[in-house]
Ligand binder design. Structure first.
Ligand code: PGA
Length: 252
């Protein structure tokens, strides 16, 4: 379960969250946890997360190693700040900051080069869904993101399917809608890299995940976890999400 805090929380608010959240994580949890705060909160989060089972992630990186790129942050900087994960190609970055599939591909390579696990986001707009373009759009995004990556690298990725119409809107995809796209992504991976890799890549769902809907989403065979925005900002709410009812999961 990965928390995407977007542009919320100062370093002090990050500390306050973690001081409440960390002691309440039960041992033997059924999932891994990653928290992705804003860049300036990373040092505060890294200090509190060291020695805990929770991984630290960033929400973006620049694809270049270094240089005159005012305002940007490199993969090496993130790794040095204690990150093990980085969200890449979130729809907000694609829509508001013009990120293309090609740029997403370069960012993935930069992340992998620095030992970071990319959490690569894909997903369709409402009009694309309504015109039956969902699978086509997601296929283009997945193939574009992974272009020229060797299989060994693909197996290190995490993908996140986030239908744009479900992000921050309270409208979650139904488990059936989400499962259909997750299966399509799994099939694309299988076609290109074989079953072993396709089964090993974790595919998260994101878009209005809440404590009330996480268990039913997690029951879908091809949903391996969640990328959680709004509902990850309060410790109690994110705790109920990481404590989803895993007893109902069928083994794959
Ligand atoms: P949301 O955001 O959970 O607030 O819908 C998810 C995301 O954008 O990653």
């Amino acid at each position: 379960m990965a928390a995407n805090w977007k542009m919320y929380k100062t370093p002090r608010e990050t500390e306050e969250f973690l001081r409440v959240f960390l002691p309440q994580i039960p041992s033997g949890l059924a999932c891994d946890i990653v928290i992705c705060p804003p860049f300036v909160d990373l040092p505060a989060a890294a200090a509190l997360l060291s020695g805990s089972p929770v991984g630290l992630g960033a929400q973006n990186l620049n694809e270049n190693a270094e240089g005159a790129y005012t305002g940007e942050i490199s993969g090496a900087m993130l790794a040095a700040a204690g990150c093990r994960f980085v969200v890449i190609g979130h729809s907000e970055r694609r829509q508001l900051f013009g990120e293309t599939d090609d740029r997403v591909n370069k960012k993935i390579q930069a992340a992998l080069k620095n030992g970071l696990t990319p959490i690569v986001c894909v997903g369709e707009t409402l009009s694309e869904r309504e015109s039956n373009q969902t699978i086509k759009v997601v296929e283009r995004q997945v193939k574009g993101a992974l272009e020229n990556l060797p299989s060994a690298e693909v197996s290190r990725l995490i993908l996140a399917y986030e239908p744009i119409w479900a992000i921050g809107t309270g409208k979650t995809a139904t488990p059936a809608q989400a499962q259909e796209v997750h299966l399509a992504i799994r099939d694309i991976l299988k076609d290109q890299y074989g079953s072993l890799i396709s089964l090993g890549v974790r595919i998260l769902y994101g878009g209005s995940i809440k404590p009330e809907n996480i268990s039913e989403l997690m029951q879908c065979e091809d949903i391996d976890g969640g990328l959680v925005g709004g509902a990850s900002l309060k410790p109690e709410s994110f705790l109920s999400i990481v404590n989803f009812d895993s007893k109902r999961l069928a083994p794959r």
